[in-house]
Ligand binder design. Structure first.
Ligand code: NAI
Length: 319
C-alpha cells in the first residue's frame, strides 16, 4: 500500500470544527498524526447562541480514537484566543483552516445592517483575526499553511446572499495577498469554494443530492494543499466537492487600447466595444496591467475614431 500523507508532530487549528466540513477536517488531521484545536462557538447556523457541546463531541471522538485534540469555544472574531489555545496546549501552530461560517440569507431589499455586519464579522474579521494571530508563529518557524473558505456564492453571486457573497469573495483577495506576503517564509495560502452536505445546505438541497456531497470528499484536496510537501501551489482558488476539484483563475480579454488624448471619448470606446469584451485571445493575469507600458503604446497611436458606432441599445452613440 502507498504511504499515507501524514501530519505527525504538526498542530492544526480548525475553526468551526463542531460540525459539517470542520468536523471532518478535525477527524482527518487527528487520524493522520496531527494535534488538533477543535474550535467551535456552537451557535445556530444564523450565528445565534453558543454551546460548548459542539467542540467537545468532536474532541471526545478524536481522543477515543487515540488522537490528540483540545477544544476551544471562542468566536473566530477573537482569533487570538484560538491560536493561544494551540500554543498553550501543543506549543506551536502549523496549519490554520479558516472554516467557521454562518448564513444570514435575505433578499437585498430586506437586508438589515445586522445581517450584513454579522456575516462580515464571522467570515472576514474571523479569518483575519485567526490568521493574524498565527502569522508571527508562521514567520518565525518559516512554515505555515492556511486554507480560507470562500463559496460559489462569492465567486458567482447567488440570490439572497449579497452579504455572504461579498464576505466570501473577500476571502479570495485576502488569500491572494497572504500568499504573496507569506511566500518568503514558506507560508502557503489557498482558498477553497467547497460544496458539501451540512446543516447549511440541508435546507436548500434535496436529500438525494446531499447524499452525494459527503463533506469527507472535500478533505483530500485540503490535505494536499496544506501538506509540507506543497511548497509552490499558493494563492490558488479551488472549487471542490463530490469528488471533483478544479482550480480557477482570472481571465482578461485581449482588450482595447485607445490614444489617450482629447479624442478619448465615450463614443470612441463604444466604437470599439467589441474589443473590450473579446475573449478570443485572453490573458491569464496574476497581477494588474502594466499601465506604464500601455501608456507608452497609447502615446504612439493616432487620434481615436469617433461616434458613429451603435451603442448597446441600438441607438447612435453620443460622443
Ligand atoms: P456548518 O454550519 O455545518 O459548520 C460551520 C461551523 O462553524 C458550525 O459548527 C458553527 O457552529 C461554527 N461557527 C459559526 N460561527 C462561528 C464563530 N463565530 N466562531 C467559531 N465557530 C463558528 O457549515 P459547513 O457547510 O460545514 O460550512 C463550513 C464552511 O464552508 C463555512 O465557511 C461555509 O460558509 C463554507 N461553505 C460551505 C458550503 C457547503 O456546501 N457546505 C458551500 C460554500 C461554502
Amino acid at each position: 500500500m502507498a504511504e499515507q500523507l501524514r501530519f505527525d508532530g504538526q498542530v492544526v487549528v480548525v475553526t468551526g470544527a463542531g460540525g459539517g466540513l470542520g468536523k471532518v477536517y478535525a477527524l482527518f488531521f487527528a487520524s493522520r498524526g496531527a494535534s488538533v484545536v477543535v474550535n467551535d462557538l456552537g451557535g445556530s447556523f444564523k450565528g445565534e447562541g453558543n454551546d460548548t457541546k459542539a467542540a467537545d463531541v468532536v474532541v471526545n471522538e478524536i481522543k477515543k480514537a487515540g488522537g490528540k485534540a483540545v477544544a476551544n469555544y471562542d468566536s473566530v472574531e477573537n482569533g487570538e484566543r484560538i491560536i493561544e489555545t494551540a500554543i498553550k496546549a501543543f506549543g506551536r501552530i502549523d496549519i490554520l483552516l479558516n472554516n467557521a461560517g454562518i448564513l444570514r440569507d435575505v433578499s437585498f431589499k430586506n437586508m438589515t445592517d445586522q445581517d450584513w455586519d454579522l456575516i462580515n464579522k464571522v467570515h472576514i474579521k474571523g479569518a483575519y483575526k485567526c490568521a493574524h494571530a498565527a502569522w508571527p508563529h508562521f514567520r518565525k518557524q518559516k512554515f505555515g499553511r492556511v486554507i480560507n473558505t470562500a463559496s460559489a456564492a462569492g465567486l458567482f453571486g447567488n440570490f439572497g446572499q449579497t452579504n455572504y457573497s461579498a464576505a466570501k469573495l473577500a476571502m479570495v483577495g485576502f488569500t491572494e495577498t497572504l500568499a504573496k506576503e507569506g511566500a518568503k517564509y514558506n507560508i502557503i495560502c489557498n482558498v477553497i469554494a467547497p460544496i458539501a452536505a451540512s446543516r447549511m445546505t440541508e435546507t436548500v438541497m434535496p436529500p438525494d443530492v446531499l447524499e452525494n456531497l459527503r463533506p469527507d470528499w472535500v478533505v483530500p484536496l485540503v490535505a494536499v494543499l496544506v501538506h509540507k510537501s506543497n511548497t509552490s501551489e499558493t494563492g490558488g482558488i479551488f472549487e471542490v466537492g463530490a469528488g471533483a476539484m478544479a482550480k480557477l483563475r482570472w481571465e482578461r480579454s485581449s482588450g482595447l487600447l485607445l490614444k489617450a488624448d482629447d479624442s478619448y471619448t465615450p463614443g470612441a470606446v463604444l466604437k470599439k466595444w467589441d474589443k473590450v469584451v473579446d475573449f478570443s485571445n485572453p490573458q491569464y493575469p496574476t497581477g494588474p496591467n502594466d499601465f506604464m507600458t500601455l501608456l507608452e503604446e497609447s502615446m504612439k497611436m493616432g487620434p481615436n475614431e469617433q461616434g458613429e458606432k451603435l451603442d448597446f441599445s441600438g441607438k447612435v452613440a453620443l460622443i
